[in-house]
Design a protein around this ligand. Structure first.
Ligand SMILES: [Fe+2]
Ligand SMILES: [Fe+2]
Length: 189
């Protein structure tokens, strides 16, 4: 990777951290966000890890659009992305099935967001309410910010699984390496 690419990535990472701190600190410091890191999500991830992935991806899309002179409401994107799945917390007690969870958690996430930041601007509510689109029984996103977070949500869901798989299950290469290592040592004994 060239130095220029490395610098650009580091710069983007810093910008994401700055925007998350500027617009999302109250949410990131909340008890709800803390417990999100112990609530399972997408089989091998947690609501907390998934949430941060969605927020980072959404911001990254916003910065790309900005280069094309397409403006986005960064505050709405950060609040919406950070709160979009907080309604899932306590899912085992709240929902009778995956289907019920999928259909009802956006409305519950809106309630959690209102508790954390007060009355929501229309765009923020749009982001949270419609992030499941085109799945569940979600309505169509009305703003570009809601479309961005909905797209980032799908991309992050795939990454959640891949990252969790890498972390929790040894890959084929790892298994082969371990087996070769064992054989080598058994031969030497
Ligand atoms: Fe969701
Ligand atoms: Fe999500």
């Amino acid at each position: 990777m060239s130095k220029q690419t490395k610098d650009r990535r580091a710069e983007k990472k810093e910008r994401i951290q700055r925007d998350l701190a500027l617009y999302g600190n109250g949410i990131l410091d909340s008890d709800e966000m803390q417990s999100a890191f112990s609530q399972k999500h997408h089989t091998l991830s947690t609501v907390g890890d998934h949430t941060l992935r969605v927020a980072r991806k959404s911001l990254s899309i916003c910065y790309t659009l900005q280069k094309l002179h397409i403006r986005t409401d960064i505050r709405a994107v950060v609040t919406g992305a950070l709160c979009h799945d907080l309604g899932i917390l306590g899912r085992d007690e709240k929902y009778g099935s995956e289907r019920e969870c999928s259909r009802q958690h956006p409305a519950h996430s809106v309630q959690v967001a209102e508790k954390l930041v007060g009355e929501l601007p229309e765009k923020t509510e749009d982001i949270i309410s419609h992030h499941m689109w085109p799945g569940g029984n979600s309505g169509i996103p009305r703003s570009r910010e809601a479309l961005i977070v909905s797209a980032a949500d799908k991309l992050a869901a795939v990454e959640d699984f891949v990252a969790g798989y890498r972390e929790k299950r040894p890959g084929v290469r790892h298994v082969v390496r371990e087996a070769l290592h064992r054989t080598k040592h058994t031969d030497a004994e």
